[in-house]
Design a protein around this ligand. Structure first.
Ligand SMILES: Nc1nc2c(ncn2[C@@H]2O[C@H](COP(=O)(O)OP(=O)(O)OP(=O)(O)O)[C@@H](O)[C@H]2O)c(=O)[nH]1
Ligand SMILES: [Mg+2]
Length: 374
């Protein structure tokens, strides 16, 4: 706008005006082609030539449902005043990108193909994306959203209703500890999360805790949890054989809750998973959290769930939310397995980087603004 002389001096372009007497490209918009052409002629004269024309729904006014014709034309403007009156200023590329993004939504609302692409981009696998769309379409058709933000809100609200979560257990049986075990692939953050959970139960929920590890596969693996036990001043036990379980549990009989760490198993290591299953049959834990990294692709997550399925996990626990770039895979697995989520880990800091799972927050990871900022 500042390129042009002010409207107070409309008919006399300043000599220094770089646009005076020069051919320039301008954009004109009208409700119809004749209206847009009339503006071209009035502003650039009869010798102007048309570079392009297109029919647009909504843009540039951002009004849903309104259509217009946009014509780009080149010529010598008769006056700056007419430029201001008739042509439109094109938005900056950044603004245009943003508008186009929003427009895509509005133009394509209720369009299953568009929503499908969006879900794939967010990391959903095709079959879950299809299922989600099949479910939500009748809902969208009944209550068509009026704007991008309303549509986003609808999708978020709908998705959040499908996400099972569960609160942390706070009531425990007398004379025998409540057992919470974490299982899952290697390096996903099981031991770190146990330390966070133990601290939370001890300091925030005022519960008596015990720590137990079955992870004796790697040298120094038990020491990692033992260090946390020392810091938390909690009792600690190592169990190497199934026969040791009863005495270990007896030692913890006065504790409210015992957290059990396990060795990470590659989902390909069927033998190790079978051994873990045998331990679980003997322990009979109340909570079995399958711990998975939110940075993993859906296929990997799904494969881990299948391989650990014989261990009967009854919760999903996602870690590394802070590192993940898309969350569709994790959300898809929650929808598919219908295993409730209780905790989410969003960083390496013990004990602070642990959150209680909320359906709305999880849904916002897919349909929210500023995705993944936990
Ligand atoms: N960025 C990030 N790192 C995490 C998170 N949770 C754990 N980590 C890191 O992941 C690495 C592995 O954590 P561990 O707790 O040892 O993982 P594990 O599942 O017990 O590993 P194994 O016992 O070898 O199977 C460590 O460097 C942790 O600090 C998280 O939520 N975000
Ligand atoms: Mg570990």
């Amino acid at each position: 706008m500042s390129k042009f002389p002010s409207p107070q001096n409309p008919l006399s372009p300043q000599p220094q005006d770089p646009n005076a007497n020069q051919e320039i490209v301008l954009t004109f918009v009208g409700k119809s082609t004749p209206e847009a052409l009339q503006k071209v002629k009035e502003t650039l004269g009869p010798n102007a030539y048309i570079i392009s024309s297109r029919y647009i729904k909504g843009w540039p006014f951002g009004l849903r449902g309104k259509s217009c014709v946009e014509i780009k034309a080149k010529g010598r403007p008769k006056s700056p005043h007419l430029i201001q009156k008739n042509s439109i200023l094109l938005p900056s590329p950044e603004e245009e990108n943003l508008k186009n993004k929003i427009l895509e939504w509005i133009k394509e609302e209720n369009n299953p193909h568009y929503l499908y692409q969006l879900l794939l981009r967010k990391g959903f696998p095709p079959h879950i994306a299809t299922k989600f769309i099949q479910d939500i379409l009748p809902y969208l058709e009944n209550q068509p959203p009026k704007s991008f933000s309303e549509q986003n809100l609808t999708l978020k609200k709908y998705l959040s209703q499908l996400i099972p979560t569960t609160p942390p257990a706070l009531q425990f049986p007398p004379n025998s500890p409540y057992l919470c075990i974490l299982i899952g692939p290697t390096g996903v953050g099981k031991t770190t999360t146990i330390a966070k959970l133990a601290a939370r139960y001890k300091f925030d929920y005022n519960k008596t805790i015990g720590l137990l590890t079955l992870d004796t596969y790697r040298i120094a693996a038990p020491e990692q949890l033992q260090e946390y036990a020392k810091i938390l001043q909690s009792d600690f036990q190592i169990v190497q054989k199934i026969e040791q379980i009863p005495s270990a549990l007896k030692a913890f009989s006065q504790k409210d809750i015992v957290f059990i760490d396990t060795a990470g198993c590659s989902q390909k290591d069927i033998e190790k998973i079978q051994t873990l299953k045998n331990f679980l049959l003997s322990l009979k834990p109340h909570e079995i959290h399958l711990v998975l990294s939110a940075t993993s692709h859906y296929k990997h997550l799904r494969n881990s769930w299948e391989k650990f399925y014989p261990c009967s996990p009854n919760r999903l626990l996602f870690t590394k939310l802070d590192e993940a770039v898309s969350f569709g895979g994790s959300i898809a697995l929650i929808l598919e397995s219908q295993l409730p989520v209780c905790y989410l880990s969003n960083g390496q800091e013990v004990p602070s980087n642990l959150r209680l799972a909320k359906p709305e927050e999880l849904a916002a990871l897919v349909f929210g603004i500023g995705n993944g900022r936990f």
